[in-house]
Design a protein. Structure first.
Length: 236
């Protein structure tokens, strides 16, 4: 099959799945910003996106996109290493700009993003949607766990009242910025917008778009940590 047997096909799969994941991150970021405005509104969204059938289908689809993206990323990396052979040990002159820096380290950045996602799943998904799924499957869970499955603001407060978590998430978001920034315009190039005029435009757009998304996530992390220092309760 062309999408798996050719290098171009594999890059197309990487591009399409990557862009789909960026769209999800945009939605997730916008949803998180609601927590800064209204705790009740944010928790209503969490309840809507709980263990309902449509949320479970979306979660399964998102997980599939992520797994495919990871598999193809490692597949392309192995292919590139085999193609370079011993040439990868040669000293070459490289550009010093950030885009080139990110392109040289996309796999490493991707691994950091995966580790950050695992941390995020432990802090939120494992305490919200997972207990609902377990409860629906007949598992007996304590009352406190079930009481907080849709209380997203509570879990944000608990997570970001710890400075270690704050630092880890900010490092994760920094890696995410480099990964998304390069991945966004690179995907557009793979999908055909590779002339000099549009490529430069997409590079500019990707920097702006990625910065907005990452700053949106970082704003929630920092705001809730500051509130914890001030001894504030849930936002309202």
């Amino acid at each position: 099959m062309w999408l798996s047997n050719s290098s171009v096909g594999r890059k197309v799969v990487m591009s399409v799945t990557g862009l789909a994941l960026i769209l999800f991150l945009t939605f997730h970021m916008a949803m998180n910003l609601v927590a800064l405005i209204s705790a009740e509104g944010y928790n209503m969204i969490c309840e809507f996106l709980g263990a309902n059938w449509y949320a479970l289908v979306a979660t399964a689809g998102l997980a599939a996109l992520f797994v495919i993206h990871i598999i193809y990323a490692f597949w392309l990396e192995i292919q590139n290493r085999r193609a370079r052979g011993n040439e990868r040990y040669a000293v070459t002159e490289r550009r010093k700009d950030k885009v080139e820096w990110a392109s040289q380290r996309m796999l490493v950045l991707g691994i950091i993003v995966i580790l950050g996602l695992a941390l995020h799943l432990v802090h939120f998904w494992a305490k919200m949607q997972l207990p609902e799924i377990m409860h629906m499957s007949g598992a007996h869970l304590d009352a406190e766990t079930m009481a907080n499955v849709t209380n997203g603001v509570y879990h944000i407060q608990v997570t970001f009242s710890c400075i270690i978590n704050v630092v880890l998430y900010l490092v994760w978001l920094a890696a995410l910025w480099f990964h998304l920034n390069h991945g966004f315009w690179s995907a557009m190039q793979t999908l055909g917008w590779n002339n000099q005029v549009w490529l430069n435009r997409w590079i500019c757009i990707s920097k702006i778009y990625t910065t907005i998304v990452v700053l949106g996530f970082a704003a929630v992390v920092i705001a809730f940590y500051v509130k914890s220092l001030m001894g504030c309760g849930a936002c309202c």
